[in-house]
Every structure is written in structure tokens, then in C-alpha cells.
Design a protein around this ligand. Structure first.
Ligand code: MG
Length: 499
């Protein structure tokens, strides 16, 4: 048994019902994005919010809080037990900081804002969304005030998505990336090292056929479909874990440009692998599940980009592609590799390649910081957005829908979320660096389909720990350092400039 302390055992016992409520909500959430009939949302939204109110009540129950307080004073807890105390203290702190009137207002405003955003985007009319964004900025400032911060109000918000992340970390990482990415990008473009476009992007496919391919590729990676996992369809691909033994991913089929569904499937597989490889001893405890959005995204980006877009991986899946897609025979694996790795400065974040992607995040993080610091108004945002796009990527949106209105995040009140995408790219490259340093031959493992070698390494370093350690501590233990942008730059150079 990894939990020995009697008080901790008591906490885990009491926590189990809170876990069960989370399990039910996870299943409801998965269902509402996959199979629920449209109007089901009218009652589902109520059911979900009632369950989360109930969970919150149970966590803030004085007896439970007292148990956690008591446990925090014990000196000889083991690492797992300390993890439980850390996670619960953090949850309690955040829940206590936000008054219930604030939570009610926040959820009302964001619900309306999401509808307004959707309409605004469809009609390409920023004015529909603007008053809501104004309110959300105000609420976020308030939220930062309630949560507390030391150096910058943005600290309080990013910490919600990435425990321990600070604005100065974000600033350091993004300013370093800005300079280096531009250098790499300029070289790729001026020397035409990678194609801007590929004709395969225009070729249509049959969704049924692509579903078969996705499943075969997942099988190759060892994804336990039917046993502990599922692959379904949803408008926005996601991963939902019900626990360690039931982890579900989704993908979408647009009928054109098959790398999009394939890469998004492999991306979600990376998220799922993290959840599947958590130590089963942590099941139903407060420290089960991935520790943060950034570390999670690191796993998905590793599989999507470092594995999925490699030459070796293309070689490995080439027979599957050729057997199922009649147009593939015209293209060599080398050509498919270039199709998977087109590089072009573009307007839409979700369509960005791995070279330009972080510049989209830089723009959003800069604007979020200004919003939270009260230095800009919703009125100024579209122009700022467009000017920054031009400065960073040399492209300018022609309308709001391909500019400021493209992402759902701000309408949901998720200010401070974006930087975790960049952390994901860093963590993926960081894992690659340390694997190579420990003589794990990644290319060879892929070429010989021995994905287990990579999976086992990830399990030992990151996955099995769940939330035992806070993100920065987890990285220090695994790699002897925290988030480090250098490896991502090195990876870009090796992949894009040395071929
Ligand atoms: Mg992801």
C-alpha cells in the first residue's frame, strides 16, 4: 500500500464520493459531446451544475477541511500522501477564495457570452460579442483579486490552469521563442526547405475509410480500444478520462485533407496514454489524473508532432494508408512526410504548423496580460490583434472571424489558458531531449514499431505519478529542471534546418 497514514486513509475514504461525482460528470460531459440528442442539453446542464455544487459542498464541509488541515501538519508523510494534501489544500483555497455570488455571476455571463460569441463569429460581427468580453475582462480582474497574486494579476489566472506557473515564466518563455522561431521560420521560408502547401490538402476521403485507418494506427500504438478505451466522433476532438480504466478520445472527419483527422487522433491518443499509464494505486484518490494542462499537452504534442510527423512514422503507417486510400499510390513516403509538415504563416491557431504555432499563443498571452492589468478595453482588441498578427506572422485577418473571434476560450472565461499550449510544445521537446540523452533511440523505436520503449519511459518519468507532484516539481524530478524553451528551439533546428 502506498498510503499508510491513518488520517490520509480517512481522507481518501471520504473523498471517494467526491471522486464519484467527478466520474459521473465526466461521463455526462463525454456523452453531451458525442451521443446526447440536441435538446438533452436543457436538463444536462442543470444536472451537471447541481453535481458540481454538491461536490463543492462536500469538499468545503468543515469536517473534511479540518482533516486536510490536520494532515498538513504531519511531518512524516510520504510523497503520495503529501501530494494528496497539496492537491486538496489547493482546491479548498481556490473554492474558498471565490464568493458564491461571484461564481453564479461568472457562470451566467460566460453562458451568455458563449452564445454571443458563436453568433458573432457566424455573422462576422465583433459588436455582438464585445459587451460580453468587456464583462468577462472585468470578472477576470475580480477573480484575480479574490485569488490573490504577488507580481502580476495574470499570475492568479494562469495558476488555475498550470499550478505554480507565473507571468514571468510565460514572459521569459515567449520572448525567447519569439526571437528564435522568427529566425527558424525566415530560413525555412527563404530557402524553401519545407513546402507551404501540398496538393493532398485538397483531396477528399471517405470518413468510413479514415475511421478504419485511425483505428489501425491506434492499434499499432497499442491503444486498448474496447478494453479500456474508445474512439468516437465529436465536432471538437477531445480526451475524457473517467478514471484509469476508461479513457475515451474523439476525432472528427471533415472529408478532406486526411492528415487533419489522423494527427488529431494521434494527438488525443497522447493525452489518453497519460491517463492510462497512471499508477492504478492512485485510482479514485485526489491525486489521480494528469497534473496540469501544460504537462498533458506535452504528452499529446509528443505523439502528434515528434512521433506522428516523423519520417519513420510515415514509413510505418504507409502500408495502412496505401491499402485504404486509393490516391496514396501516387505519393512516396517522403512526399507524405512533406505533406504532414507543411509550414506556412497563417491566421488560424488551430491550423498552425508546429513552427508558427507558438506565435499565435504569444499574441493571445500578451493581450490577456493587458486585459487583466486593465490596460486595454474590448474596443481596442481587434486592431491590436490584427497589428500583432502582421508583426509576428506577416499576415493580416480580413475579418473578425479569422481574427479575434476565432477561439472559444475567452467567451468561456478561460483567460490564462492559452500559455499551456506552448508549455505542451516545450514539454514534448524536453522529453525528446532527455530520452535521447538517456540513449533512447526514438527514431529506431518508431521504425521498428517498438512504441513500448517510449511509452515505458514516459510512464516512469511522468505518467505514473498522476498529481503526486506539482508540475514544476515533477519536471525537476524527471529532468533536473523546469520548463525550458531551449529544447524546442533545438528540435525545430534539427528537424527543419538540417534536412
Ligand atoms: Mg490537446
Amino acid at each position: 500500500m502506498i498510503f499508510e497514514n491513518e488520517l490520509i486513509k480517512q481522507i481518501i475514504e471520504k473523498y471517494r464520493v467526491i471522486w464519484a461525482l467527478g466520474h459521473a460528470r465526466a461521463l455526462m460531459s463525454w456523452d453531451s459531446q458525442t451521443y446526447m440528442p440536441e435538446e438533452g442539453v436543457r436538463e444536462r446542464a442543470i444536472a451537471r451544475s447541481m453535481l458540481s455544487v454538491l461536490a463543492q459542498k462536500l469538499i468545503l464541509k468543515p469536517e473534511f477541511v479540518e482533516l486536510v488541515d490536520k494532515a498538513s501538519q504531519i511531518e512524516d508523510l510520504n510523497i503520495y500522501e503529501k501530494g494528496i494534501v497539496r492537491v486538496l489544500q489547493r482546491t479548498i483555497r481556490i473554492m474558498k477564495a471565490l464568493p458564491s455570488e461571484f461564481i453564479a455571476e461568472y457562470s451566467k455571463v460566460t453562458q451568455e457570452a458563449m452564445l454571443a460569441w458563436k453568433q458573432a463569429k457566424e455573422k462576422n460581427d465583433y459588436n455582438i460579442f464585445k459587451p460580453y468580453l468587456e464583462k468577462i475582462i472585468e470578472l477576470s480582474k475580480k477573480q484575480a483579486g479574490y485569488l490573490g497574486w504577488e507580481e502580476h494579476p495574470y499570475d492568479a489566472l494562469v495558476d488555475l490552469y498550470e499550478e505554480g506557473l507565473r507571468t514571468r515564466d510565460v514572459d521569459y518563455i515567449l520572448s525567447r521563442l519569439k526571437k528564435e522561431i522568427k529566425r527558424v521560420l525566415d530560413k525555412i521560408m527563404s530557402e524553401k526547405l519545407y513546402p507551404l502547401k501540398h496538393e493532398l490538402e485538397e483531396i477528399r476521403y471517405d470518413p468510413k475509410v479514415m475511421e478504419k485507418i485511425n483505428k489501425e494506427v491506434l492499434k499499432l500504438l497499442g491503444f486498448p480500444i474496447g478494453k479500456r478505451a474508445r474512439l468516437d466522433i465529436s465536432p471538437h476532438p477531445f480526451t475524457q478520462s473517467m478514471g484509469i480504466f476508461d479513457v475515451r478520445i474523439t476525432t472528427r472527419y471533415e472529408g478532406i485533407d486526411f492528415k487533419r483527422t489522423l494527427m488529431s487522433t494521434i494527438h488525443e491518443y497522447g493525452h489518453a496514454l497519460y491517463e492510462l499509464q497512471i499508477d492504478p494505486a492512485l485510482s479514485t484518490t485526489p491525486i489521480t489524473g494528469g497534473v496540469s494542462l501544460g504537462i498533458h499537452e506535452g504528452q499529446s504534442r509528443f505523439w502528434e508532432n515528434i512521433v506522428g510527423r516523423s519520417r519513420e512514422f510515415v514509413e510505418v503507417i504507409y502500408p495502412i494508408l496505401r491499402e485504404n486510400l486509393e490516391f496514396i499510390v501516387k505519393y512516396s513516403p517522403e512526399e507524405i512526410y512533406y505533406y504532414f509538415n507543411t509550414v506556412r504563416p497563417s491566421l488560424i491557431r488551430t491550423e498552425a504548423d508546429e513552427v508558427t504555432y507558438n506565435l499565435h499563443i504569444l499574441l493571445r498571452a500578451e493581450l490577456e496580460k493587458l486585459m487583466v492589468a486593465g490596460e486595454i478595453k474590448a474596443d481596442d482588441l481587434p486592431e491590436l490583434w490584427n497589428n500583432m498578427m502582421e508583426e509576428l506572422l506577416g499576415v493580416k485577418p480580413r475579418n473578425y472571424s479569422e481574427g479575434i473571434l476565432q477561439d472559444i476560450h475567452w467567451s468561456m472565461g478561460n483567460i490564462g489558458y492559452f500559455p499551456t499550449y506552448t508549455l505542451g510544445n516545450l514539454v514534448a521537446a524536453q522529453m525528446r531531449h532527455h530520452m535521447l540523452r538517456e540513449s533512447i533511440n526514438i527514431s529506431e523505436a518508431i521504425r521498428t514499431k517498438q512504441f513500448k520503449i517510449i511509452q515505458e519511459w514516459q510512464k516512469e518519468k511522468i505518467h505514473k505519478w498522476g498529481k503526486t507532484f506539482a508540475p514544476k516539481e515533477l519536471l525537476r524530478r524527471a529532468f533536473g529542471e523546469e520548463y525550458n524553451p531551449d529544447y524546442f528551439i533545438k528540435y525545430l533546428e534539427e528537424k527543419y534546418l538540417k534536412h
